[in-house]
Design a protein around this ligand. Structure first.
Ligand code: TMP
Ligand code: ASP
Length: 244
């Protein structure tokens, strides 16, 4: 199945149509951006690494009954996915305080939250992806009340599955971002990607707050060794999958 027309270029992926209208081809890029693309760079090999990680995460979730857009990977940095209309909502789940939660609430980095926190952000680059309230989300018709319930329920279930899997990899799942879409049969599917670009992952055996970072925060915060952290995450995931 070959790529036909480019229909979308995002910060980390390009989407192409295929000869089957219900299937799209996603090319994972090495480009990296942060702070709403104000910071730009490259993480060499990231496209392949993230594509492989995302594929394994989607397969893991499918095995646990979570429906996703994943079909297969025809090449190391390419993924065939079911065509969906993406809901303009980013669903963030947090287990430990980091990033914008610390900036906006004053919580100390690393504070273990008493329960997983689910937050919704408006997927809108020109507005800088602002945090949404439940009422604003409904007011703007970004999702139906039933979809909001389902997003919340599914995000928490995904958190359980991923937290336990990453624990086996020696990684702590601090927080992550999910995107969902609706297919031609109106089914809600997990879409986009799950990778060190979209998750905060800390090495469980390292206490140092900079050295433990194994995700895109190494790029965001100029911590160095970005490629090797991504590669290390991939290797640990492969080992955990193989030992199953
Ligand atoms: P935040 O703390 O900056 O709100 O990020 C929460 C999580 O969402 C973190 O794991 C990184 C991920 N994320 C994305 O995947 N894309 C984004 O554009 C942002 C801002 C965060
Ligand atoms: N991907 C986002 C951007 O460049 C932000 C981030 O991941 O920090 O806007």
């Amino acid at each position: 199945m070959s790529a036909q027309k480019q229909i979308y270029e995002g910060k980390a992926k390009i989407l192409y149509t295929t000869e089957d209208r219900s299937i799209l081809l996603a090319h994972y890029k090495d480009d990296a951006t942060a702070f709403n693309a104000q910071k730009r760079g490259m993480i060499s090999g990231k496209g392949e690494i993230n594509c492989k990680i995302a594929a394994m995460m989607f397969q893991l979730l499918e095995r646990h009954g979570i429906t996703t857009h994943f079909i297969d990977c025809p090449a190391p940095n390419q993924m065939r996915v079911r065509a969906v209309k993406i809901l303009p909502v980013e669903v963030v789940v947090r287990n430990i305080a980091a990033g914008s939660l610390c900036q906006q609430t004053g919580l100390t980095l690393g504070t273990v939250l008493p329960y997983p926190l689910v937050e919704f952000f408006y997927k809108n680059d020109s507005l800088g992806d602002p945090l949404l309230t439940h009422d604003r989300l409904l007011l703007l018709n970004l999702a139906t009340p039933e979809q909001v319930e389902e997003l919340q329920r599914r995000a928490l279930r995904i958190n359980e599955i991923l937290t336990s899997f990453f624990h086996r990899c020696g990684l702590t799942l601090v927080d992550f971002k999910l995107e969902f879409g609706v297919d031609q049969q109106q089914k809600l599917l997990l879409a986009d990607e799950i990778s060190p670009d979209t998750c905060r992952l800390w090495d469980s055996t390292v206490a140092d707050p900079d050295r433990r970072v194994m995700d895109k925060d190494r790029f965001r915060r100029d911590l160095g060794n970005v490629e090797s952290a991504y590669q290390q995450v991939l290797e640990r995931i492969i080992r955990a999958v193989d030992s199953n």
